[in-house]
Design a binder for this molecule. Structure first.
Ligand SMILES: [Zn+2]
Length: 161
């Protein structure tokens, strides 16, 4: 099934992997395929019908080839757990980010209709909040391999009375 899609999109098979991982295992992914940086970012939108009391969470997975950061705004301190590490770390992420890519596709997964719609999309791309953190995290992997954060044990407990 994926093979046909990859052929139609005319992209190398390895390049499709982060998108496939994001679809199958969830989350954001990045990978270096020879000289190409590839990144998949997942955006979730829940649609809920208040009258029928039923809905679904639509997942938009963006696949970017050779993404570059154009702009970043704001600083958010947060805890993140990287797949390569055992514990969470304190990191700084932008609140908003704008990126551009050589090639981008958007895969929309609808768990209600069980359809994955693929579409070639043009930048620039704006992300806010959790998606901006995800972009920043994956870009850090692509540009410097490892995520550099402060260890969790530097927290101090405080009892409120
Ligand atoms: Zn990571």
């Amino acid at each position: 099934m994926e093979k046909e899609v990859i052929e139609k999109l005319k992209i190398p098979q390895d390049v499709f992997l982060p998108l496939l991982f994001s679809i199958k295992f969830g989350g954001d992914w990045s990978l270096k395929v020879k000289s190409t940086n590839v990144m998949a970012i997942k955006e979730k939108i829940t649609r809920f019908d208040e009258e029928k009391m039923i809905g679904y969470t639509l997942e938009n997975v963006f696949l970017f080839l050779n993404p570059v950061i154009l702009n970043q705004e704001g600083i958010i301190y947060r805890l993140e757990k990287c797949g390569n590490k055992k514990e969470r770390e304190i990191v700084k992420r932008p609140y908003k980010t704008t990126i551009e890519a050589e090639y981008a596709i958007k895969a929309s997964l609808n768990p209600l209709t069980k359809k994955i719609r693929l579409k070639k999309v043009e930048g620039p791309f704006n992300f806010t909040g959790s998606n901006a953190y995800g972009v920043s995290h994956e870009m850090e992997h692509l540009l410097s391999d490892e995520i550099r954060g402060e260890p969790f044990f530097e927290f101090e407990y405080e009892i409120e009375e």
